[in-house]
Design a protein around this ligand. Structure first.
Ligand SMILES: [Zn+2]
Length: 447
C-alpha cells in the first residue's frame, strides 16, 4: 500500500499542522497496535477477584458515560502506580494503584477520569498534531511507564523521537481539567460519589513527599486547585451501588503482591488477632492459611466470618485445596460472579465439563478484562467435543491478551468448523478481521 503512504505524506506537506484526523476505525487499529506491544511485554494480571471487580466498575462507568467506542480495560501486574488511556478505547491500570486504594470510589474516580480522556478523544487529538507517529514507539513509551524495568526505561530515554513522543503522551492542563469534570459526572451517574479522584490524588501527593513521585502524578500532575475544583464539582451524595466486595479485593492484591510469605503471615495474622470481628482481616488471615496449604484453617476462619461473602470465600479455599464436592456444596447457591467463577473451577476439577461450561458462559461478559474466562471456556468446550466453540473462545482469549497470531489461527479454524455462512461463523469472521495484520502495516505506521 505504498500509494496510501505517499498520499499521507503529500497531505502532510500541504497542511503541515493538523494535517489529518484519526477516524474511530484508525484509532481502533492504532490502539490495537499499542496494545499488542503492552500486552505481550507487560504481565497482565489474571486474578479473578481483581479482574472481575474491575470489569464490574468498568461496566458501571461505561453505561453512565457517553463514549464513542467501547473501553478495553487491562490490569497490569506492576507495583508502579499508574493508569493511562491510549487511542482506541484501550485503558490500563496497574495493581499498584489498587494496592494504594482504600475505597472503590477512588478506583472508580481514577477510571472515570481515564474514560473521559477516551470520550473526549484527548490522546487522539494530541497525536493528530504530531507530524510523524511511530506507533511502536508509543507502545514502548507506555510500557516504560507501566513497568519499572531497565528495558522500559531505556525505551523512554531513547533519543529525539522518544523525547518528542513523551511530550505528546502528556495531556494539557485543559484536557486534565475536562477529564476531571467529565470523570466526576460519570462517577455520579454510575452511582459513585464523585470525590474518589480528589481523595486518591491527595493520598498520592502525601506518599510522594517521602518516596519517589508516583508515575500517575507525572502524567496527571497534582495541584491543590485540581482537588478543590473536583470537590466543588462533586455533589454531596452517597454511593448508591454495592461496594462491599471491594475491600476484600484490595486485601487480596496486597497479599498476592507481597514477595515474602512470612511477611504476609505476620501482618495478617496480627491484624486478625487485633480485630477478630473485622471480616477483611479475617479474610486476609484465611487467605494466608490457604496459600500455605492449610485448607481446614482457611475454611474455618471463613466460616466464622460475619459476612455475606463467607460462602464464596469457603468455596475459594475448597477449590484451592482441590476439595471440589465441598466447594460445589457451598458455592451452588451463590450469585456473585467471583463465586460463579470458583463454582466453574470446581465443576471442571470434578470432571463435570458441561456444568462448568454453563457457568463459564454466564461470565463471558467479563472476558475482555478477565480473559481467563475465554481460555477456560475454550478448553472446556474443546474437551466436550464442541471444536468450533473451543477454537472460537481460545481465539478470543489470544485476542484479548494481544497474541494476535495465535488468535488468527484459532479463529480461522473456528470459521471453517462453524461454516462461513452460519451466524457464529460470521461472528468469528468479524473477530478475525480485527486480529489480521493490516496489509499496509509497515508503511502505515509512519504517517
Ligand atoms: Zn488525565
Amino acid at each position: 500500500m505504498k500509494f496510501r503512504y505517499v498520499t499521507a505524506l503529500l497531505v502532510l506537506f500541504l497542511f503541515p499542522v493538523q494535517a489529518w484526523t484519526l477516524t474511530l476505525e484508525e484509532e481502533g487499529k492504532y490502539g490495537r497496535e499499542v496494545y499488542l506491544q503492552v500486552a505481550t511485554s507487560a504481565k497482565l494480571h489474571s486474578d479473578p477477584y481483581v479482574c472481575i471487580q474491575l470489569a464490574i466498575i468498568k461496566q458501571r462507568l461505561e453505561a453512565a458515560a457517553d463514549l464513542p467506542l467501547p473501553i478495553k480495560l487491562s490490569v497490569i501486574d506492576s507495583p508502579t502506580l499508574d493508569a493511562f488511556a491510549t487511542v482506541g478505547g484501550y485503558v490500563f491500570i496497574t495493581t499498584g494503584i489498587l494496592e494504594q486504594a482504600d475505597t472503590e470510589e477512588e478506583v472508580a474516580g481514577v477510571l472515570g477520569h481515564e474514560f473521559s480522556h477516551v470520550g473526549r478523544r484527548h490522546v487522539a487529538k494530541t497525536l493528530e498534531k504530531e507530524k510523524f507517529i511511530n506507533w511502536g514507539m508509543v507502545g514502548a513509551l507506555l510500557l516504560g511507564m507501566l513497568i519499572p524495568s531497565p528495558a522500559g526505561k531505556a525505551a523512554v530515554m531513547t533519543g529525539g523521537v522518544g523525547a518528542g513522543q513523551t511530550m505528546s503522551l502528556k495531556y494539557s492542563r485543559e484536557a486534565e481539567a475536562e477529564a476531571d469534570r467529565f470523570g466526576v459526572m460519570t462517577c455520579e451517574k454510575a452511582g459513585y460519589n464523585g470525590l474518589g479522584t480528589a481523595d486518591f490524588l491527595k493520598k498520592l501527593a502525601a506518599v510522594g513527599l517521602d518516596k519517589m513521585v508516583p508515575q500517575y502524578l507525572l502524567t496527571h500532575p497534582y495541584s491543590e486547585d485540581r482537588v478543590t475544583t473536583i470537590r466543588q464539582l462533586a455533589k454531596p451524595m452517597k454511593t448508591r451501588v454495592d461496594v462491599s466486595f471491594f475491600p476484600f479485593v484490595v486485601a487480596r492484591v496486597r497479599i498476592l503482591g507481597a514477595p515474602v510469605g512470612a511477611q504476609n503471615e505476620d501482618i495478617w495474622f496480627k491484624k486478625h488477632q487485633k480485630d477478630p470481628k473485622d471480616p477483611v482481616s479475617a479474610y486476609g488471615a484465611a487467605l494466608v492459611h490457604s496459600l500455605k496449604g492449610d485448607t481446614d484453617g482457611a475454611v474455618a476462619l471463613a466460616k466464622s466470618m460475619n459476612s455475606p461473602y463467607a460462602p464464596l470465600f469457603m468455596g475459594e479455599f475448597f477449590v484451592a485445596g482441590r476439595r471440589f464436592n465441598e466447594a460445589i456444596a457451598v458455592l451452588g447457591a451463590q450469585g456473585h460472579p467471583v463465586a460463579r467463577y470458583f463454582l466453574a473451577k470446581a465443576y471442571e476439577g470434578q470432571g463435570d465439563l458441561a456444568a462448568a461450561g454453563h457457568v463459564l458462559a454466564e461470565l463471558a461478559p467479563y472476558g475482555d478484562t478477565f480473559p481467563e474466562v475465554y481460555q477456560r471456556m475454550g478448553m472446556v468446550l474443546g474437551r466436550e467435543g464442541d471444536e468450533a466453540g473451543g477454537y472460537e473462545y481460545l481465539g478470543r482469549y489470544y485476542m484479548e491478551t494481544g497474541r494476535y497470531r495465535a488468535a488468527e489461527s484459532n479463529l480461522e479454524k473456528a470459521v471453517s468448523k462453524y461454516g462461513i455462512n452460519s451466524p457464529r461463523g460470521e461472528e468469528a469472521l468479524k473477530l478475525l478481521d480485527q486480529v489480521k495484520p493490516p496489509k499496509d502495516n509497515k508503511k502505515g505506521k509512519q504517517s
